[in-house]
Design a protein around this ligand. Structure first.
Ligand SMILES: Nc1ncnc2c1ncn2[C@@H]1O[C@H](COP(=O)(O)OP(=O)(O)O)[C@@H](O)[C@H]1O
Ligand SMILES: CC(=O)N[C@@H](CCC(=O)OP(=O)(O)O)C(=O)O
Length: 304
């Protein structure tokens, strides 16, 4: 870790600023969605792992739900397969499903676990398939008002949080890959959007907060001009914005809305390209990114 030569009183005030936040989050669950585009460099991955260890060390319970879209794309290309997106969802043939499973659970999850465990042994990887954690029903995409079959793609229908509870009770950090069991009990698996899965997990474990790391510094009201970043947005306003968003951001804001509507106190979209953006969001008064909250908290409230 870099130590920068800053005056002692500044260091002390930074440490003191973390106190109310540590009090607020100590003993609480925070679900962190780590998107494929936020895993762009080894240095960023290292700072992500440091933040996760820090949270755990201070008695917060981080639960990581990871994506891996770009990593799946790279493997699909290497294998000379075709897996385009329709309405933000990957068209998933049985062959592509094998690749999704191999990349998410066999590669991205393994790397995250080993990175976090480099200085500790707290992280344990599980797949949505394990212990019935994520169950999904096959879904269709809607194009021009028509339902289109996009293969083995699912929408979360149930979350059984007990595998996560077991790990938390044992002092572990769960690292979850978003491959889901098909709820039709045929033993098959479905590919689910990782943002949506993270929201369902956050709701099921009673998380205090959902943090979604991505590759943009904020949600913008005027995308792609980017002159109007949104710091905080209430559910009604967020729902009204949803249909106008591009495919990448739509599931993210949708996930934040679902999580907050299900009782998660706040859901924040932050820039995973900034080192330690997670720490800044959780432990500083200003925070970073775009926070989705219930309407009554949209103007800010006294405990933050
Ligand atoms: N209103 C908006 N504000 C910010 N970003 C937006 C907006 N609409 C669409 N986007 C796009 O959504 C992208 C994030 O989604 P995505 O690429 O799927 O990320 P990830 O891989 O992290 O899940 C941003 O990089 C940006 O290009
Ligand atoms: C159905 C569907 O589209 N699933 C995604 C799952 C991974 C994901 O969501 O990864 P990011 O968070 O990095 O985008 C996919 O196959 O790419």
């Amino acid at each position: 870790m870099n130590t920068i030569d800053i005056p002692a009183h500044v260091k002390a005030s930074v440490l003191l600023e973390t106190m109310p936040w540590l009090r607020m989050y100590s003993g609480q669950r925070i679900v962190i969605k780590y998107g494929g585009h936020a895993m762009t460099s080894p240095a960023l991955q290292e700072s992500f792992a440091e933040d996760i260890r820090f949270l755990h060390q201070w008695g917060v319970h981080p639960i990581v739900v990871h994506g891996g879209g770009p990593q799946i794309n790279a493997m699909v290309k290497r294998l000379d397969l075709d897996a385009p997106f329709t309405q933000g969802l990957r068209v998933t043939t049985p062959e592509v499903m094998d690749v999704v499973r191999m990349v998410l659970t066999g590669s991205v999850q393994r790397e995250l676990v080993s990175l976090i465990n480099r200085e500790s042994i707290w992280a344990v990887g599980i797949s949505g398939e394990d212990g019935g954690l994520l169950q999904a029903r096959k879904t269709m995409a809607e194009v021009d008002g028509r339902k289109v079959d996009i293969g083995q793609v699912g929408e979360i229908s149930a979350v059984d949080p007990s595998p996560i509870e077991d790990l938390l009770a044992a002092g572990r950090i769960p690292i979850i890959s978003t491959v889901a069991l098909n709820a039709d009990h045929t033993g098959g698996v479905l590919n689910v959007n990782a943002d949506t899965a993270a929201a369902a997990v956050a709701a099921a474990v009673g998380a205090k907060s959902l943090i979604v790391l991505t590759d943009v510094d904020s949600l913008y009201r005027d995308w792609p001009e980017c002159k109007q970043p949104i710091e905080r947005i209430g559910l009604t306003d967020a729902r009204a914005m949803l249909p106008s968003l591009d495919a990448g951001m739509r599931p993210k804001l949708g996930a934040c809305i679902d999580a907050v509507a299900a009782g998660v106190r706040q859901a924040t979209i932050i820039d995973g390209r900034q080192p330690h953006s997670m720490m800044l969001e959780i432990f500083t008064n200003k925070g970073v990114g775009t926070m989705v909250v219930t309407d009554d908290r949209a103007q800010g409230d006294s405990d933050e």
